[in-house]
Structures are given as C-alpha cells and as structure tokens.
Design a protein around this ligand. Structure first.
Ligand code: FAD
Ligand code: UDP
Length: 369
C-alpha cells in the first residue's frame, strides 16, 4: 500500500469534501482546491452583516431517507431539527404547497375529507400515458386548473422552458397529497446542521492528510500528472474544453435583504410566487435555522440563463450530450467525476453524499491495486 500517494480534488462542495475525507481516512494525502474563495460549494452559509446565518447560494434544507448518510454527516455536525414548509401564492393568497387537501378546500371553498380529496383529483386529472414530461406529471395528477395556478408559470420562470420540454422527474419532485401533511419533504431525517453547513464542512475537511486551497481554478494546476488520482466535481463539459458543445445549466441570481426590526417576514420558511414577480421564491432564513434575532434576513431567487451553473436541465437532448462527455469520463483511468455538475444530475445534497461515498470506495480500491 502506497500511503504517500497524493490525490487532487477539484471542488470543495459535498462531492469533493466527502471524497477528500474518505481518502484521507484511508491514509491518502489529499489536496483540495476550489475556485471560489470558500469551501462548502453551493451549501456555503455565513453570518451576514446583521448577524444572521444565511445561505449565500439559496436555501439548503437537508433531508434524507438514508440512515447511513445521515449518520455519516453526523460525524461532523450536531443537528437542529427542522421540517420545511412552503406556501404558494395564487391571486395574492398563500396556500399550502405541495398541494394537499387543505389547499383544495381553501382554494375552492370545499370541505373535503381524505376520500373526497382523492375523488376530486380523480375527477379533475387528465390521465396521461406514458408520463414523459413535467407537464404530463402534473396534468396526470391534479389536472389543468391546479397546473396553471401552481406549476405552469413557476416552471417557465425557473427553467425558461415549457413544462412539456422538461423531463417528468423535475415536477415529480413535488408530491400531491390527499391528507393535510403540509411539509415540503416527508423524509425520515430532516434537519439543519446546528452550527451551519460551512462549519460542518470545516469539520469534515479538518484532517492531517487534507490540504485546502481556495481561490484556485483547476486550469491553474500544471502538475496534474503527479497526482495518483484526480477527482473533478465541476461541470463536465468545462473539463473537456466544451469539445462537444456546451451542456446547458440553469443559473440563478440571489438577492439578499435584511429587514431591520422585522422579527418575522413571512409565516413559513419559503413562499413560492408562481405567477407574480421575476423571482420564483422568497426564503426567510430564521425559520430554517431557528435563530432568534430582532431583525430578519431573506433571499429572493431570480432564475437566469447566464451565470454560475446551478441546475442541470433535465431534457433528453441534454442527457444525450452529457452521455458523450460521460463516455470520455469513463475512459479515464486516473480521474473520477462526481457531483451534481460533473454527473449532470439533479441531485439533492444527500444524493451527492451517497454518490461521493461510492466514488471514494472505487478510488480506494483502484489505488490499492
Ligand atoms: P457544488 O456544491 O456545486 O460544488 C462544486 C464546487 O466545485 C464548487 O464550489 C465550485 O466552485 C467548484 N469548481 C467548479 N469548477 C471548478 C474549477 N474549474 N476549479 C476549481 N473549483 C471548481 N439540495 C438539498 O438536498 N436540499 C436543498 O434544499 C437544496 N436547495 C438548493 C437550492 C439551490 C438554489 C441550489 C442551486 C441547489 C440546492 N440543492 C439542495 C442542491 C445542492 O446544492 C447540491 O446537491 C450540492 O450542493 C451539490 O454538491 P456538489 O459538490 O456536487 O457541487
Ligand atoms: N414547481 C412548480 N411550482 C412550485 C414549486 C415547484 O412548478 O411552486 C416545479 C418547478 O418546475 C420546479 C420543480 O417543481 O423546478 C421542482 O421544485 P423544487 O422546489 O424541488 O426545486 P428546487 O428546490 O430544486 O429549486
């Protein structure tokens, strides 16, 4: 076993940091770089100028059904239990979202019980077979009126595309409920890192075998060949110099605002605005973190085509282009591609942790041969 082999990790988000920790725990020396001036990738949080813990790149709520992944992260953080709730605004009124029985009763002035709500959906749904697009998913489950009120314009705004142009998986992230459960997620484990994500990443990367350099772009590294293995967590098309053309990623701009003297701005963590404004949603961080403060800090998310890549865009043609890049990636002996941008998958944080643990296992096996 050659424990002095040095590995290079590009990107200090969930993908890069989990692989770094695993390799370090296995005895390998690890250099981690990130082109941003900080670790934690898109999950980066910081205390703003007014003393409130905010997420620079939009709201991050941790949820998972995997006990293994929750336990893994629990090595690096304690937790603040938090179940996310969201309202969707239609014609100026806030309704529970995802759509549940209360949403129906409030919106249409009904008094449905669970069986009544199921019957209602059965009556209004437009059955689609097969369910291919995000339009199919929503029409198939809740019908046209709810589709137009809650989904159509939000999706247009978020992606700059029609729901019919996006794969089913995008809208399928949102369930439809006949009960009155108003939680955004129903996963077994739902919690926020007690001292924030950045602190959790600091703990994960705090290892004698790990060296971190932020503010360094992969393009600046000229001794790639000297590393026993390289892990790349940035956009895969960038790694290959866009040789097959650019993979589309959706970007966002974040407008952070502090409201002095306002102890609560909105009743729940996030309010979605499907039909009004250029932004999709407003999140108030104190709901997520449980922090007490006489003022409050919020963020508005404005989707845009240009800018940092935040979302892969799930469409068949994009996935076909990704496959061409993936073919190159799979042929690499000493480079592993992992994470939301490198694998071009609409991953949540827990899924990235899972993918990174699998990738790390593979690398360790390979290095030991
Ligand atoms: P990233 O966090 O993007 O990390 C990749 C890192 O690589 C970046 O820091 C980048 O600077 C660096 N990098 C890229 N190229 C280079 C280069 N050439 N040289 C050096 N460094 C480079 N998930 C949830 O589970 N719950 C949520 O509530 C949630 N909310 C989200 C909200 C928003 C607005 C967004 C955009 C995502 C959200 N996610 C959420 C998803 C979550 O952010 C991702 O799953 C996760 O952060 C991806 O981790 P990653 O390591 O793959 O990528
Ligand atoms: N969506 C919608 N209306 C909403 C919320 C979500 O139409 O009020 C659709 C939209 O297409 C969105 C997708 O469902 O992109 C997934 O929503 P989610 O909240 O999971 O998105 P994320 O938090 O990843 O941005």
């Amino acid at each position: 076993m050659i424990m002095n082999q040095r590995t290079l990790i590009i990107g200090a988000g969930f993908a890069g940091s989990v692989v770094a920790r695993e390799l370090a725990d296995a005895g390998y020396k690890v250099n981690v770089i990130d082109k941003r001036p900080h670790i934690a990738g898109n999950a980066y949080d910081e205390v703003d100028a007014h003393g409130i813990l905010v997420h620079r790149y939009g709201p991050h709520i941790f949820h998972t059904n995997s006990e293994r992944i929750f336990e893994y992260l629990s090595r690096f953080t304690a937790w603040h239990p938090y179940e996310h709730r969201v309202f969707g605004v239609v014609d100026g009124k806030q309704y529970p979202f995802p759509i549940n029985r209360d949403t129906l009763n409030l919106l249409y002035g009904l008094n449905l019980d669970e069986a009544g709500a199921a019957e209602w959906f059965e009556k209004v749904r437009e059955p689609r077979e097969p369910v291919r697009s995000s339009e199919d998913v929503v029409l198939n489950s809740v019908g046209r009126d709810l589709y137009e009120k809650f989904f159509l314009n939000y999706t247009r705004k978020q992606w700059g595309l029609e729901p019919s142009q996006l794969k089913a998986g995008v809208a399928a992230r949102i369930p439809t409920r006949t009960n009155t459960d108003d939680r955004y997620f129903t996963d077994t484990f739902q919690a926020m890192p007690l001292h924030g994500y950045t602190k959790m990443f600091e703990n994960m990367l705090d290892h004698p075998n790990i060296r971190i350099k932020t503010g360094v772009d992969f393009a600046e590294i000229d001794n790639i060949g000297s590393y026993a293995h390289v892990v790349y967590t940035g956009p895969i098309d960038a790694y290959y110099g866009y040789r097959f053309g650019r993979l589309p990623y959706r970007s966002l701009s974040f407008e952070h605002e502090h409201l002095a003297g306002v102890s609560q701005f909105q009743p729940v963590g996030t309010v979605n605005y499907p039909n009004d404004h250029a932004y999709t949603r407003i999140t108030e961080f104190k709901h997520l973190t449980g922090q007490s403060h006489p003022g409050t800090s919020i963020v508005r998310e404005y989707p845009q085509a240009e800018g940092d890549p935040y979302y892969p865009i799930p469409r068949d043609e994009n996935e076909a282009l990704f496959k061409r890049y993936e073919e190159l990636a799979l042929a690499e002996k000493n480079v592993t591609f992992v994470g939301r941008l490198a694998q071009y998958r609409y991953y949540n944080m827990d899924q990235v942790v899972g993918a990174a643990l699998t990738a790390a296992k593979g690398i360790i096996e390979r290095l030991r041969v």
